[in-house]
Design a protein around this ligand. Sequence first.
Ligand SMILES: NC(=O)c1ccc[n+]([C@@H]2O[C@H](COP(=O)([O-])OP(=O)(O)OC[C@H]3O[C@@H](n4cnc5c(N)ncnc54)[C@H](OP(=O)(O)O)[C@@H]3O)[C@@H](O)[C@H]2O)c1
Length: 245
Amino acid sequence: MKICITGATSGIGEASLHLFAQNSDHIIAIGRNEAKLAQLKLQYPDLVTPLILDIRDKEKVTKTLSSINDIDILINNAGLALGMDPAQKSELNDWDIMVDSNIKGVLYTTHTLLPKMVERKQGLIINVGSIAGTYPYPGGHVYGATKSFIHQFSLNLRADLAGTNVRVTCLEPGMVKTNFSEIRYKGNHEKANKAYENIAYLTSEDIAKTIFWISTLPSHININVLEIMPTAQSFGRFHYERRSI
Ligand SMILES: NC(=O)c1ccc[n+]([C@@H]2O[C@H](COP(=O)([O-])OP(=O)(O)OC[C@H]3O[C@@H](n4cnc5c(N)ncnc54)[C@H](OP(=O)(O)O)[C@@H]3O)[C@@H](O)[C@H]2O)c1
């Protein structure tokens, strides 16, 4: 099979690349980290085709991917959260980057590759959403909203793809230890590490195994949405402002 993975240079995307490579699948590995892509190519010379791409670059993404006609699985995984400050204290530029990466990047890859899947009457798109798209939390504002977009976009794709044999899954993880927090806290290792302290978090391999499992399902099965959390993560109560009334 031919798999296209965005954000294949770290975390969930990289772990997925290793699993598919172990299964002898061919992988189009999209990322910005040239050194990491070169290393992955060296590790799997016959299986990995590295594409140095920023998924926010509409022209480059559409131009590069339009020459590839036989992708079986598109894993829209590249994405990020920036900042944990409340909305009123956050950077507008961070909001732009999250929208451009988590929403528009997914649109560019999907818009380019989807018609070819429909033409071939086969294909699977796995969009990596997040529990942040369903459950609000302080500091989640734009990141969570981008993942809500991914949730609804995935379901709406299903509606349009009726009768095409092309499948779409929105996979929504909870806490996974990757480079995610390092990016979110902008290189503040202490804060990034604290986020995972004494928690039996999910690993990128846990999520990669789930992605791989979805990919092995027979073509008459479509997982619409799959939410997955560490057992150690669950829900909190509502916040109430208490004052004399
Ligand atoms: N970790 C979690 O707790 C968690 C939970 C739920 C959902 N998710 C989602 O899982 C996905 C993968 O994140 P991760 O946890 O594996 O984090 P990660 O280790 O930071 O990996 C993110 C990957 O996305 C790539 N990327 C980001 N922006 C890009 C761009 N503009 N163009 C190309 N590649 C880009 C990164 O490449 P660079 O090195 O070039 O930045 C990296 O390869 C994200 O969509 C994230 O929102 C993560």
